[in-house]
Design a protein. Structure first.
Lengths: 394, 394
């Protein structure tokens, strides 16, 4: 599988760097925290102590106009590029971000941050504000008293981070999947400060079909008796891990494609007999269930619910995508995976058509591979030259 | 929407028949019950009192070789054609089955039956044997003590029904979705008695991707605390309606496509505010939730679990689709919907390739429309001439 190959290649690269004296590791990045204090959400609600994690690479120029913002996918975080230590794996888009790479950190100041209500709140690397955070007014976790946040709120937090760093213009705003939605929301919110937009495996509209899929994703959490309407943080209470794992499994299967799991065939684990016992499983189910449960332990169920809602609220301040992007002056490169089962190719073709009707320079490029939607996360290397050309065109 | 148009057309036809004296209604069918007594499953387990519902149209000829078997989809039953009364709606494939229609009941003896563990066990029209049935050994509902059944068991029950009716050969075995899987399982089990196979919106293999999707469909039931490991039939216990409704909603959304729900836009129901309250909903969610709950009340959660398992056990007696269909001597017409999100076009292309490699006459035809997978259930009328030609070719 490509994922395994990538991991193997990544490990080989680490070994090489260690083996060759004098070959310095240039891709170490540091996870930082942006303490923003009070933050007013678009709904009017106020967050008293906003903090999010972020990382940067490259150097901001004096004009503050060589910045690139990379926004992450649904289950991702700021780790788009670089390594936190020499023996750690690189970020998800490291193939296209770094010194001399397509998004060249010798030329651009690249920023990536954790969103509000980030899913990976328990992974030890993610810094976010959401239902798990402590509400200073009560001294307890917010739970579902946390205010609803929208995709636009994600952008407003990133805007404050960029302001704090001195960024004046974005040479590029980009990201895969939910990162593409954030890039588009940026283009709608701050058209005057953006040169280029590159939404990858995204959509220009969350339509009723997608509203319902997001609801399907989260339904298992609401059904888990341990969810207790979001009130499960008190000592002695179990979090709704089974529901969260089931939710994460839906996302995981939806975001892949048939070849990604073909190797399991119809194998049955030792001791299991699905043809005779209703509770028994196929190997393909067992492996995905275990992976989902491992991820559930690093995540939080309420954060999942807030995150799906933020996605449902994509471009929620505008009557249509056309209206939202009417003031964009950017160049656009839309990248889609033809085997994407989440944001199907049609969504991307419709976005392209909307941009072209508005007279924007826009192109659609396909990212292929065996992983469906996830081709846009782990299969971007072959598009490096096209992305470089997009960034260097006058 | 096409569904509404179809319903309107059906109502208009009923009105016309009533209005014109002497124009007899020729499409009345009767729901009958096949009492099969003891039945031995492929697993070796025995069902003591097997009964299933069925319906027929047309007349079996003396040779018993003009029969057509129509197998139903996941959430369907025997009602593929005709009406139970003049003021009742027609069956799901009535556009292509009936006197003078593509599957001509003036020429063929058409049979359709309810499967084992049928989902619609509480709709008042479905007769099935499954977890809701009473186990004569205990006098109580089987629940999850009911033995696991496979797609092949569905076929063996249908074989006994056909035997009881005097059927010697099948001029055609067909059905949409899970009905296509049954048609293929028939072609594998009884190749010597089948002239033609027409799988519609199906697949030739339930691969690891599909094994996991079937698991995703059922996960909400297992999470519902009212499920109680399937033991919810006793007086005073509530059935797991919330979990079953969530499961049925996944099936419903998966089996449709974007245009099917486009009319809801991003409307918000009166009094709801999803941008401010986590529990509030969009109209598109509310409508699908209500439809799913209405269906849940006519269904049974354990039957859902057994039905997904039977689908996972498709062609489970064979090492591969190629091996399963190696003895088929039939002509094949594979019909697929290009916007199918369940059994994607690729599944059907692979089935076609398998058949062609085996030297079988086989053709792939597309059924189009706004409903994705369901085009193969409600959008078949435009293919009538092609199906007629397939059935009349020498």
């Amino acid at each position: 599988m490509r994922l395994r190959l990538l991991l193997a290649a990544a490990l080989a690269a680490v070994t090489l760097c260690r083996a060759v004296p004098g070959l310095a590791q240039t891709d170490i990045v540091e996870k930082r925290i942006f303490e923003a204090g009070e933050h007013r959400l678009r709904s009017g609600a106020t967050l008293p102590g906003l903090r999010i994690g972020y990382q940067t690479a490259g150097t901001l120029n004096a004009a503050g106009d060589n910045a690139v913002l990379v926004a992450h996918f649904f289950s991702g975080n700021s780790h788009a590029f670089g390594r936190y230590a020499a023996d750690q794996p690189p970020g998800y888009w490291d193939a296209i971000i770094g010194p001399g790479k397509a998004i060249d950190t010798d030329r651009f100041f690249v920023v990536s941050s954790d969103t509000l209500v980030n899913l990976n709140v328990r992974d030890g690397r993610t810094v976010t504000t959401g239902p798990v955070s402590v509400n200073p007014a009560t001294g307890r976790n917010w739970g579902t008293d946390f205010p609803v946040v929208s995709m636009r709120d994600f952008i407003e937090v990133q805007k404050r981070l960029l302001d704090s760093l001195g960024v004046k213009r974005l040479a590029l705003v980009t990201g895969p999947s939910m990162g593409a939605l954030q890039a588009i929301e940026w283009a709608a919110a701050y058209p005057e400060m953006i040169d280029r937009v590159m939404p990858v495996i995204g959509t220009g509209a969350v339509d009723p079909w997608m509203l319902n899929w997001l609801d399907i994703w989260e339904a298992p959490i609401r059904l888990d008796p341990n969810w207790r309407n979001g009130d499960y943080y008190a000592a002695g209470r179990e979090p709704p891990l089974a529901g969260l794992a089931a939710a994460l499994k839906i996302v995981s299967v939806h975001a892949q494609d048939r070849p990604a799991m073909a190797r399991f065939g119809r194998a049955v684990p030792e001791g299991q007999d699905p043809a005779r016992r209703l509770g028994d499983r196929f190997e393909a189910e067992r492996v995905l269930d275990e992976a989902a449960m491992a991820r559930a332990r690093a995540s939080d169920a309420n954060h999942f619910l807030y995150l799906t809602r933020a996605n449902q609220l994509f471009l929620n301040d505008y009557p249509s995508t056309e209206a939202a992007l009417g003031r964009s002056q950017a160049r656009w490169l839309v990248i889609a995976s033809p085997t994407d089962r989440v944001f199907m190719l049609d969504y991307n073709r419709e976005l392209l058509a909307t941009l072209q009707r508005a007279g924007r320079p826009a192109e659609l490029l396909e990212v292929t591979g065996p992983l469906g939607h996830l081709n846009g996360v782990v299969g971007m290397a072959p598009l490096a030259d096209r992305i470089r050309a997009f960034l260097t065109a006058p």
